[in-house]
Design a protein around this ligand. Structure first.
Ligand SMILES: [Zn+2]
Length: 196
């Protein structure tokens, strides 16, 4: 709704923006982000700055919510929703935990569940150390494997703790046709050539 009926005065600005657009403001460089979508968030106006004077944007979220976010978090992809995305994921994990019993307070997380979580983190969380080799290179987890149960059904039990999920085609995604459990030495034969 908000997306379709854009404010007329924002239209030319949006067209011109290849973010971040940097303009001078009070003698300092300033990233102009109004109208540019970052995940579910679209900054609509400047909000109150932080105590340390960092610029914050009032953002509209596609869920109808709102958030006040500093420029850097938007640009670096650290903030992609008002918090609704995290809540949805947490709710989904909660449902799954109750269903499959692979992550419980009493017994902890199963080896398969640990692999499943790590796979998602490598591909979707820029804060993960190895993100640049996975999500940062455009490698994704297929839609089907958002469900832990579907993942488990496709790959089966993890043979040992030295096995991890290996992608047969190194530039391919995490999906049933491209994945298997493999030990480090099995995976070694399958590395993409490293730049010297
Ligand atoms: Zn939201």
């Amino acid at each position: 709704m908000g997306r379709r009926r854009r404010q007329p005065h924002l239209a030319p600005l949006e067209k011109a923006i290849q973010w971040p657009v940097t303009v001078a403001r009070n003698g300092k460089p300033f990233h102009h982000l109004a109208g540019v979508a970052f995940g579910r968030l679209t900054p609509v106006a400047l909000g109150a700055p932080t105590d340390r004077g960092r610029t914050r944007w009032i953002c509209r979220c596609s869920c109808g919510g709102a958030a006040l976010v500093v420029t850097g978090d938007l640009i670096r992809g650290h903030a992609q929703s008002c918090g609704c995305e995290k809540r949805e994921l947490a709710a989904q994990r909660g449902r799954e935990n109750r269903k499959h019993g692979h992550a419980t307070k009493r017994f902890g997380r199963s080896p398969e569940y640990i692999s499943w979580c790590a796979m998602h983190q490598r591909c979707s969380s820029p804060k993960t150390r190895s993100f640049e080799h996975y999500g940062g290179r455009g490698i994704k987890v297929c839609e089907h494997w958002k469900s832990f149960e579907a993942f488990l059904e496709d790959v089966g039990p993890r043979p040992s703790l030295s096995h991890s999920i290996d992608r047969v085609e190194a530039n391919g995604n995490y999906e049933p046709s491209n994945c298997r459990w493999a030990t480090p030495s099995e995976q070694q034969t399958n590395k993409r050539p490293r730049a010297a």
